[in-house]
Write a protein that binds this ligand. Sequence first.
Ligand SMILES: [Zn+2]
Length: 427
Amino acid sequence: MSEASLSVADIADVQAAAWGAAFDYAARHSPFYREHFARAGIAAGDKISLAEIARIPTIDKSVVSGHPEQFLCVPREKIVDIVTTSGSTGQPLVWQLTENDLQRLARNEELSFACAGFTAADTVLLAVAMDRCFIAGMAYYLGLRRLGCAVVRVGPATPAMHLDLIRRVQPTAIVSVPSFLSHLADKAAEAKFDLAAAGIRKAVCIGEAVRENDFSLNRAGLAVEKSWGAKVFSTFGVTELAASLCECAAGLGGHLHPELLFLEALDESGCAVPDGEVGELTATTFGVEAMPLIRYRTGDFAAIHRAPCRCGRPTLRIGPVVGRKNQKLKLKGTTIFPSAMKTVLDAVPDISSYVIIAWRENNLSDAVEVKIACAGDAAKITAALRERFQGEIKVAPQITVAPPAEIEKLQLPDGVRKRRYFVDFRD
Ligand SMILES: [Zn+2]
């Protein structure tokens, strides 16, 4: 059955059945979960319905990294692929997959790309690393192949190689990080290469947000859309879940594939946040053989939307990821992510550059300063910015005007290659 023809009741049935199997499997095969369930007062043989899932305490990356072997449910000879997590926080986890897990991964990506309108007629430039133990490049490749697309595995090659391939292969779509797409567009402009006329009509953007919380394209998303003349699709994936959620053409958040994953958005105390409000994405994997996860806090914060999408799919969608757990700021009693402050700053044309700096003030509060460089009346711009912060995120950080060179130095200190807009001195 295609996902577009599922009803809300069908989805509930699919998830209930998948959960039943996942829970039984973990209870029988996972040394960790056997003990975890027992500690939660769930006896061997007990059945827990999906509605009762909150009886099982959540876990996070630190629990897995403490004893990863306890999560492995199969003997070593069943493992066919080993990847690592991206390591954006702490040491990367080693993640193991069986042949069936790879098939599940491929199925997830097949559904995700189909959701974005990809068909066998597409030729796809895959500008994502296939090696270095990343799961993403391989996952996209497997999914696109199942869909029958022609895949050009260019990876993170030079702009010259990309432009040459675009000329010679005439791809219809590209999968890449938005900042790299912008970099390629700059290089194409320098080479007088008309990218927008090159025929690439779909750009699947990974790793960085391309939308605001209201689903409008943000600055990065607009730049890609304009320079490539392509429709922008956001996709979000987590290595440990071997799953991703990709947008459909309506661009209203990534669609969940109900037979592969169950998702919750939780607050700090572990309670579900209301629909449309940002919480920590917490996932339960379905159909995973080697390292299944139950109520795994991903560290990524986004809102879950349950209203049916304009495309007709009634599956749950996730909004843009607003930040990681370690970026969360406590400012004057309000929890805020630097990305929300960035949205406010990006909307002020008089500000030429900026950097957000955080310190630990005490256990309950952080100190946050925004350094801006601006053209024009600094006092007036600062006052207007303070008002914008108050209006849009309810609190205003300390705002200081600084010379562009000072901001540049904070954004790109020695040895840092990727420009930072947020500098965290809290650790
Ligand atoms: Zn949709």
